[in-house]
Design a protein around this ligand. Sequence first.
Ligand SMILES: Cc1cc2nc3c(=O)[nH]c(=O)nc-3n(C[C@H](O)[C@H](O)[C@H](O)COP(=O)(O)OP(=O)(O)OC[C@H]3O[C@@H](n4cnc5c(N)ncnc54)[C@H](O)[C@@H]3O)c2cc1C
Length: 316
Amino acid sequence: MAAAQAHDLVIIGGGPAGLTASIYATRALLDSVTVEQGAFGGQAAITDVIDNYPGSPNINGAELGMSMQGQAEALGSEFVYDDVSGVSFDQGDGTFLVTCEEEGEIACKAVILATGGSPRRAGFEGEERFSGHGVSYCATCDGMFYMGKEVFVIGGGNTACEEALFLTRFASSVTLIVRKDHVRAVASVAEKIEAEPKISIRYNTRIVSIDGDELPSSIVFEDTSTGQVLSESYSEGSFGIFVFVGRVPGSGLVGSLVELADDGTVITDERMATKTPGLFCAGDVRDKPLRQVITAASDGAIAATSAAQYLGRPAV
Ligand SMILES: Cc1cc2nc3c(=O)[nH]c(=O)nc-3n(C[C@H](O)[C@H](O)[C@H](O)COP(=O)(O)OP(=O)(O)OC[C@H]3O[C@@H](n4cnc5c(N)ncnc54)[C@H](O)[C@@H]3O)c2cc1C
């Protein structure tokens, strides 16, 4: 298929990493396009409150995402709403072909992969069947559907704890289901969890299965320390399960063009370069110690600057 368009740079993903890359690329006068399949702002956009982004205390995640996109657009950045389904590289002339579902192929000399991650499934029986009907991966999106109902939150990390706190706004009670005998939240969040009367924690517990007709009405729990199984029944639709057990990195698009860490994230150097010349990677999809909005934005800025240098047009 002939290439439909040609650009200096294609940025895949419009989360904090991609949008920051877009701002820096546009300011470096690169002819770039940012392709986003869903909502600009990425995971940040499904977060109710972000209170650790410097200069914007207690900002709503969607608002922060829209603000980043607005800033990029005002500078002249180009955006496409589409799903990227493949990236190929011609070693002969150093050209990439980025395949989009609707737009077709975009040819370019450099690519920044900023695809973040998608929610990891907890793996219990009934999870897929009731996904969107009793099982959710986004408290901001679905929390209001559980007004006055019982909510179970699976996960013991910082995100699970923060989302559990958020869900107390709607739910009559929130039970954290934690596989281990402790939670892994930062001290300030752990303190809030302990002080919140609506939240209780079931340690050493996992959900084995859920069942019901249209909506779930029973849960089978397992005590992970003894293996003892306990089945509990509820009236149908009286509860919801929110899953926060990590993210699956969106590195599948670039497969053999990069080196992957054991968890599937992309290994880069400090300039966000991968093993393929001209292919850069930024944000949560990258192998790194801290996955936050600020580190995603930082990666995006560095990746765009590196891409500009690679293309012989130093960033401003
Ligand atoms: C519930 C929750 C709460 C959080 N709370 C905080 C917080 O309080 N503070 C904080 O700093 N961080 C928080 N984070 C983490 C933060 O949101 C992420 O670290 C950050 O959004 C990562 O940015 P990113 O751009 O790398 O990836 P993402 O935000 O994941 O964005 C990637 C984008 O790429 C798009 N994309 C993926 N594949 C394709 C494709 N094939 N084609 C086109 N587009 C594609 C996606 O649709 C998405 O918009 C939270 C995350 C979650 C899930």
